[in-house]
Every structure is written in C-alpha cells, then in structure tokens.
Design a protein around this ligand. Structure first.
Ligand code: PMV
Length: 341
C-alpha cells in the first residue's frame, strides 16, 4: 500500500506490524527507576484493522486461540475477556476514550466498529512480547484509520497505559521496543528512550521451554526488597552501573566487555532469585562453550537466555545450549519499529 492511498479519505483497512523484544540487560531493576537496554527482534506481530459501519468489535487472533470473538462496542472492557483478547480489546477501548477526531466521535456514538485480525511470526510462548507488540499495532492502525496521526511518543504512551491497565505493573520496555525498534537505552514509562546506533549484535538466544508469570516474579522480587531494602536497592544500583557500562560497550562494538557485563548482571539476577535451574544450565553451557557472556533475558526462571559470542564460537555455544535442553532460536536483532505493511 503506498503513502498516497493511506492519505485518502476513505481508508477503511490497514495492516501494520511491530517487532518483538529481547531484554539485553537491566531487567527487574528497570521497574525501580534504573535503566535497561532492550533490542527489537526480527519476528513481528501483524494486525489488520478494519473500520466497520456497525457498532461491533470483532477479533480473530489464531495464535492465541481467539476465533470470531465479538462484542458490541459499548461493552468494550466489560465482562469476562479471554486472555488472548485482552490487550487488543483494551487498546481499542483506550484509543476511543482518548482521541477526538470526527471518526472517533462517530465510533463513540456507536455508529461504527472495528474488526481486527492478528498474526504472529513468533510463538507467544517465547516471551518476545507479543501482547505489547499487538497493543502497539492496534494503536498505530487506529491512529492511521481515524487520522489522528499519533507520533511514536503518543503511540508509546497509549500502548503503555493499556499494558498497565491490564497488568498493573511493568516498565514499558517491551512497548518501547515495539514502537521505536532498534536497540534502546530505556527508563521506566519512557522517561528516557534513547536509540543506540549499532550495526550488529552477535547474540544467540536459547528458549527454555518454561513459561513463568512475569508479574509473579516482579512481586517475588518486591517481597525480597521489602524484607532487605538496602541489600536489594544496592543490587539495583549495581545493575544501573553495569547497564551504563554496557551501553558504552555496545556503542563501541566491544562484545568482550558486553559479555563480561552480562555475566555480572546474571550474578545479580541469581541473587534476586530469578535465575532458575534450567536457564542456569543453559547459561553455564554457553559460557563453557566459549561465549563471552550469557544471562537470562526478561523476568527469569523461564522464557529465554541470551549469549554473546564471536563467530568462530557460535556453533559450539549453540550446541552447548541445545545439550542443556534449550532450543536455539534464530532471528534478527535491532530491527525496525512499528510500521505500515
Ligand atoms: O518477562 P518479560 O520478558 O516481559 O520481562 C520482564 C522484565 C521486567 O523488568 C521484570 C519487568 C518490566 O516490565 O520491565
């Protein structure tokens, strides 16, 4: 679809895509005001959004087992919402509450509705942030269709609000990766969203096959912080320092230093109790096979670990991760943010 047709007055349907994310360093501490570094990954979430003449919200999201989900527009956000439909439904609701172009007003008067289909290039199991990416897709698509033309910052704010409405907590790093793409130095709520201009990042990713609830892990770490405030606060400060050093290492493509800093970071995450046996096995296997460094990525216990390794060690590291029971996932990092397809 070209830009010209997008500007035409009768645009009723659009497809947008947004990338998934991988936390490189700084998880957990980022929830408490310290910085983190996140990269956008090549597998994308896609959403096709169509404006309807009837006041109905319709959703098909086969990747999360949602087929032909329907409800009246005035019921958005009300009643039992299936897990796989929550982020899209609340994003649509928040969009219409917050905007006021004539198209949006028409919807609010229940003279129109929205039909959404989402598809994903990655499994929602990997923890690559499919919920946040689909939230960002919806906000971007509606902004184009109803000609509010929100900029990326406004898309971030609305999508982050949606995630908080549903999860109650979270830094928004995943939302930032989906909106802005690339590799970002990020502070909670988007207080800082700084792109790190880099060419490549020789990352290897291993999936643990374990699913664990992010909010539960945030709560468990919060419990520890409550019991040992000065200890945990110190850990967060140390993580903040190593994230700042890692930022410099990334900008210089100093992947030896980056690997060492990843190992430091893993030590602190293990101290916080979020390492988990399976991830630990994969991380140690990667290091033994010659990785410069390895750590978990995200909330911990499950989802993925990451390793950084030189080209000549790549195969050995991948084999090590596989031998430790992980599944190596191949994808690009540092990719483009939300875009019209
Ligand atoms: O589990 P994930 O991949 O969503 O990562 C969570 C990272 C935390 O720092 C623990 C939470 C957050 O929102 O930053």
């Amino acid at each position: 679809m070209n830009k010209q047709s997008l500007r035409s007055n009768d645009l009723k349907q659009i497809t947008v895509s947004a990338p998934g994310k991988l936390m490189l360093l700084g998880e957990h501490a980022v929830v408490y005001g310290r910085p983190c570094i996140v990269t956008a990954v090549g597998q994308r979430m896609k959403a096709t959004v169509e404006l309807l003449e009837k006041p109905l919200f319709q959703l098909n999201a086969p990747d999360v087992q949602i087929t032909d989900y329907k409800k009246p527009m005035d019921q958005l956000g009300i009643g039992d919402i299936p897990k796989g439909a929550k982020f899209v439904e609340i994003a649509v609701k928040n969009y219409f509450i917050s905007q006021s172009t004539s198209e949006v007003k028409k919807m609010r008067l229940h003279l129109g509705g929205v039909n959404v289909t989402t598809t994903s290039e990655f499994s929602s199991q990997f923890g690559f942030g499919s919920s946040s990416a689909s939230t960002v897709c919806i906000v971007k698509a509606l902004s184009e269709l109803t000609r509010t033309k929100l900029d990326n910052r406004a898309i971030f704010d609305l999508a982050y609000k949606t995630v908080l409405d549903i999860q109650g907590k979270g830094s928004g790093f995943d939302v930032a990766a989906a909106v802005f793409g690339g590799t970002l130095y990020f502070v909670i709520g988007g207080k800082i969203i700084k792109p790190l201009r880099i060419n490549n990042l020789p990352l290897i990713v291993g999936y643990s096959g374990i699913k664990f609830d992010t909010v539960r892990l945030i709560d468990e770490v919060a419990e520890k912080a409550k019991k040992y405030p000065s200890v945990v606060d110190n850990i967060y400060d140390q993580i903040a320092r190593l994230v700042d050093l890692a930022q410099k290492a990334i900008l210089k493509s100093d992947f030896i230093a980056l690997g060492e800093l990843m190992n430091f970071n893993e030590g602190y995450l293990a101290t916080l109790g979020v390492e988990g046996k399976k991830l630990a096995g994969m991380i140690y296997a990667a290091r033994e096979a010659g990785a410069n460094g390895a750590k978990l990525s995200g909330a911990g216990i499950g989802d993925c670990m990451i390793a950084i390794a030189s080209e000549d060690k790549k195969q050995a590291v991948e084999d090590g991760i596989t031998a430790a029971g992980g599944e190596v996932i191949d994808f690009k990092t540092n990719v483009e943010g939300v875009k019209i397809e």
